[in-house]
Design a protein around this ligand. Sequence first.
Ligand code: SF4
Length: 69
Amino acid sequence: MEALNSYILYDSVDVAKHDEGWLVRGHGYQHPTECIKCGACEEACPQSIDIIHQLERFVDAVMPEKKNA
Ligand code: SF4
């Protein structure tokens, strides 16, 4: 979600790719393509954010080459 926020804030695929790589390689996060759509995060989210859809949106916009890879 942090990289998605960067994508939205800066309207930049390059910035979002940089942030996504920084989070995955530097901080142990998983790629958004690793989401198994279990829904646990959406059940826990107090703001009812549609996290699964937002992750799909990020992949479509920033890393479409990884979709269904
Ligand atoms: S739905 Fe949410 S909790 Fe489940 S794998 Fe995807 S991001 Fe993680």
